[in-house]
Ligand binder design. Sequence first.
Ligand code: TYD
Length: 206
Amino acid sequence: MMTKRGLFITFEGIDGCGKTTQMNLLAQYLKNQGAEVLITREPGAKGLGEKIREILLHYDGEVSSKAESFLFLADRAQHIDKIVNPAIEQGKFVLCDRHTDSTIAYQGYGRGVDKEQLKFLNNLATGDRKPDLTFVFDIDIETSMSRVGKEKDRMESSGIEFFEKVRQGYLEIAKLEPNRVKVIDASQTIEEISHRVTDLLKKKEI
Ligand code: TYD
């Protein structure tokens, strides 16, 4: 698994699925092996991304689903060009909390924006860069919502039906791209999930 070139690994799933915890654990594991690691996220990487994140999560007026899509895509384009690509070129492991699959799952499956057009726009935003590996942490909506708690941001306030669609969306995405996208049962313990993550990474032929 250990390679000279950088790797791009993305962490996906509905809010409260535990992906951020797993991303941090994998980062520690890789650092212990001597790898250089960059942890980052969408939306909201350093700089412009933080401004876009503020609008996406806290703007309290009406937001059209298409406008919402473009804001996530704008954040992504900036993030890939200014942060992800330079780090990968330096040979780093880039671990990213959410990426293109979030737009397909949330805006496509969740909000009903045309998925083919979103794929096209995702490609415009990312150029040739595709994740080498993507983990989808799958969990039922009740558990995830109980983890999110009462203080919900704009996206988290979208309701249970919305999140059911997003969850199913992720499972569909994984079926369409089984080599890249690995679904992990996120109802297991943190340790079990973390073992699964490192096992899948080791198995990946890169
Ligand atoms: P965040 O606080 O980062 O949530 P989490 O910790 O669950 O990742 O908020 C990001 C929110 O934005 C989350 O609700 C998912 C949503 N999102 C989309 O709807 N589309 C996207 O393309 C991305 C990147 C995120």
